[in-house]
Structure formats: C-alpha cells, structure tokens
Design a protein around this ligand. Structure first.
Ligand SMILES: C[S@@+](CC[C@H](N)C(=O)[O-])C[C@H]1O[C@@H](n2cnc3c(N)ncnc32)[C@H](O)[C@@H]1O
Length: 242
C-alpha cells in the first residue's frame, strides 16, 4: 500500500512540477497565461515591493534549505527516502505557484523594444534559455531530479541509488547550465518593467548564493573529481578562460 502511495505521490508531484514550470515560463516571458509578471490590479509601490520581496525571500529560503544534505538527513526520519525528492519539488512548485498568484505588478517600463525584429530576437534568446534548462535536466538525470525515478524504483522493489556525476552535453560548456538557462530567460525581456527588473535582480542574487551552497556540497560529495571539473569547466560563462 505504501509503495503505491509513494508511486502516486511521485507521479502527481512530477505532473505538478511540469505544469507549474510551464506556467512560470509564460509568467516571466509575458504570454500564454492569464496573468503575467506585469499584469494584475495596480497597488501602491511600497506595498508591491514588500509583498514581492517577501515572496522571493520565502521561495529562496525554502528552495535552498530543503536542498541541503543535512536537511535531507533530518526529514527522511519522517518521510520515506524514495518520496523525499518528489516532496521537495512539489513544495518548491507550490511555493512558485504562490509567488505567481500573489505577485504585485510594478509595470513602469525601464526599456521597451516594441514589436520589431529586435524584440523577436530577445524573445528567441529567452526561448533558448528555457530550452537550455530543459535539455540540461536530461543531461544529468531528469526523472531523478524531479523524484519520479526514486518513486518508480521503490515501487518495483529496486534498490535506491544516487545518480552518477555527469559531464555531458551542456555540462561540458559550463558547470551550471540549468542556472545559466534561468538567468538568460529572466533577463532576455523585450519589455523590462520595474517589477520584472526587481525579480531578475533578486533571482540572480539567489542563483549565486545557491551555487555557492551547491558547489560546497558537490566538493564534499565528489572530492578530487569535482575539483578537477572546476579547474576545467567555467561556472556560468562558457566564454570564460580557465
Ligand atoms: C537543480 S539541479 C542544478 C544543477 C546545476 N547547478 C545546474 O545549474 O545545471 C541541482 C542538482 O543537480 C546535481 N548536479 C549538479 N551538477 C551535476 C552534474 N554534473 N552531474 C550530476 N548531478 C549534478 C546537484 O547535486 C543537485 O542535486
């Protein structure tokens, strides 16, 4: 019974992640969803600033703390190991959904490229960013990253295993292609509003903090292997010389 429950939980969490992420891409890119980052009833800017900062901070805090190995050790006392990753991605997605639902727009434009070829080019760049995120999840282990593999393995009675450290596809160019893809997608905006700029700045800051924490864990986990990788492959800028 518990195996079936963990499997259903894993499948539902994976579908929620896919849905929320697709919605999030539309929210940031500004089309395909009923309310984008610049839509919604107008509110006074101090209130918008306060609400948006609180939403971003709680997303960053939850996302970083729950991803740490010490936190995983603590909460797998209560949650079965094979359901740990799906619960983490489910909670992170719900937090993201809350951010999009409660977001207060600050639509004053900082720059506006209109609707010509240049705007099209910037839209294309954003699409490349989202594409890079998706492709990179498959270059490591897409289904393990979102918890589905662990739930299926448990259901089939297979032993749990940590995914291998992978250096293939975009991971040959930069060490963090998923985060690079997000940064491209957040900044490549033909119309950049005050609210979108605040969002991009806060997320950029968060990415750098998150990468510090993640690399600390990866060094502890993979030792000399990761040090060698760091010496050969740049962190985020594929054109940086090592
Ligand atoms: C959300 S993913 C982000 C990965 C990476 N920071 C990026 O931006 O592409 C975080 C997970 O990926 C894992 N990870 C990072 N680099 C990896 C690699 N080269 N091979 C396998 N797993 C990796 C980390 O251990 C962590 O569990």
């Amino acid at each position: 019974m518990r195996r079936v429950f963990i499997l259903v939980h894993g499948v539902v969490s994976y579908l929620v992640v896919l849905g929320v992420f697709t919605w999030f891409a539309g929210f940031v890119a500004g089309f395909g969803v009923p309310r984008t980052i610049d839509d919604g009833p107008p509110v006074a800017w101090p209130r918008a600033l306060l609400v948006d900062a609180a939403l971003l901070a709680s997303f960053a805090l939850q996302h970083s703390v729950m991803a740490r190995p010490w936190f995983k050790r603590v909460w797998t006392v209560f949650i079965h190991e094979s359901a740990e990753r799906s619960t983490y991605v489910l909670l992170a997605s719900l937090q993201l959904a809350l951010l999009m639902w409660a977001w207060k727009p600050l639509p004053t434009p900082i720059w506006d490229l209109g609707h010509g070829w240049l705007a099209g080019l910037v839209h294309g760049l954003a699409a490349i960013g989202w594409g890079l995120v998706l492709v990179s999840t498959f270059a490591i282990d897409h289904f393990h990253l979102f918890g589905l593999r662990q739930a299926v393995d448990h259901w089939l009675g297979r032993p749990a295993h940590e995914p291998d450290f992978r250096v293939r596809g975009p991971y040959r160019l930069v060490r963090h292609p998923i985060m690079l893809g997000f940064l491209i997608a957040f900044w490549a905006a033909p119309t950049m509003s005050v609210g979108h700029l605040g969002f991009a700045l806060a997320m950029t800051l968060y990415v750098f903090v998150a990468l510090e924490l993640e690399e600390r864990d990866l060094r502890a986990q993979h030792g000399a292997h990761y040090h060698g990788y760091e010496a050969q492959i740049p962190r985020l800028n594929p054109f940086a010389r090592r």
